[in-house]
Design a protein. Sequence first.
Length: 128
Amino acid sequence: SDSRISYYVAGYVARKMLSKTKCHDCSRALLLPAGCELPKEACLTQEVDNGGLLYPSQEPQILIVKLEDSFSHCFSVNMLKAKSVMHLISSLASHRLSAVRCDKHSTEVKNYVVKFCALTRLHFLAQA
């Protein structure tokens, strides 16, 4: 998928996660520091930003790309069959997934992001 769209989605997912966590380290790890140089993938987000969009750090962006790659592979090859979800789980298990560099909450954040993205993608896939 397009890295610009993945970056935009990672910002949306970071916003959802920020509303769930009270941990300062998690919050800091999800977003780029203010005033730092933005990656080239941020150009779409910049284009549509009216002041409220978030710019995710590299970790959530990489996680979203890995998730999207797994979804695309599993559901294009398997065409949403009974075992498609099991294939997705196997595919995700084979990747080293990391969402934030917070020792206390990394697994919790990763699981939330995977669950949120999987349910969102499956919802839209089932509606198609």
